[in-house]
Design a protein around this ligand. Sequence first.
Ligand SMILES: Cc1ncc(COP(=O)(O)O)c(C=O)c1O
Length: 403
Amino acid sequence: MDPAASMSSADRIAQFDKYVIPNYTRYPISLVRGEGSHCWDAEGKRYLDLFPGWGCNIIGHCPPKVVQAIKDQAEKLIHMPNTWYMEPQGDFAEMLCTRSFGKAFFCNSGAEANEAAIKLARLHGMKEGRYRIITFEKGFHGRTLATTAATAQPKFHEGIGPLVAGFKYSPYGDLDAVAELVDHETAAIMIEPIQGEGGVRIPPDGYLAGLRRIADENGCLLIFDEVQTGMGRTGTWFGYQQWDVKPDILSLAKGIAAGVACGAMICRTELAPDLRPGMHASTFGGNPLATAAGIATMQTIEEDNLLENATAMSARYRSHFEQLQQELPVISQIRNRGMMVGVELTIPSTPAVGKCMERGVLINATQGTTIRLLPALNITAEEVDEGFAVIADVIREMAAEAE
Ligand SMILES: Cc1ncc(COP(=O)(O)O)c(C=O)c1O
């Protein structure tokens, strides 16, 4: 056995302290194995993971068909540059675009997919002098310089200025505010159909349709950042299909290859020529390994009816949390769509993460008062119930402490 596999969590932490840049706040356990909605730490403790891979492990840990596809592809071709045509990239592009629209560009992450979207919007708008992009308060679009500037959360801007120019920020949910910001220099309006990092904020009725109308009336593009909401997360292949509002550009990453690094930007066919040869590229983008994993991910979602499962399990979460809300007034709001669940508390939500982890359940907290779950699309009813019971106990305990 590889001696590294038997390293304790404490020793692993010491190794990280010595050799890894401390830009992440890490929980004090080393995770070594995963299967479905469960994972295990170096000491053998099992966890129910209701936030697998921050949404990347969209069909749970190590899904068998994806594991097999990676193994098969690794024996054929691991990497090929984009100066050649490749079988899995073509097939994955066809699968994504026939379930959405247009044409795809591949990269490796959400930030990169958004960079491509921003560049395409500017290249398209350039002919009319349009370069500005309107984004939304509490949105999140990534950590590169342009996507950080696109992210309208001041805490992410501290110390890295000057920011990339050309972004204007709108309050979320207010169409009049957007209409006021749009002008002849606006290249695009860019929004997450559901704000994830922002606390699972679901758009008010008619909001996305209103943004579509404003974009059309003003001759600018509509970009949906579906890095979190894409690939079945909301119960439809893409979040925009929940509201039947089609963007001009769609960015994807996180779960699109079930945890293998992969991102994609999809655009209307008419826009594709603006990303002309030489204007944009990504060395690893669309590599055979990642795109083979993406194909197997889509096949699994379809063959196992996981869009339907995500919708059913979402309703199950809602009914559980609504019942708990009757008992615990600290729960102020429940926001869910497919396997995106946000539970808003009147007290700080962050302590819930550690308390749940002690009891063997992994969750997330965001925006200070929101508990956020991004369970795998193939979570079972038993796993929903088991995880909910633990979260309910933890909120009960926190409510009592807050009294
Ligand atoms: C909506 C959204 N966009 C972009 C990103 C950035 O993705 P990545 O970390 O893969 O660059 C994230 C990551 O959380 C996200 O949630």
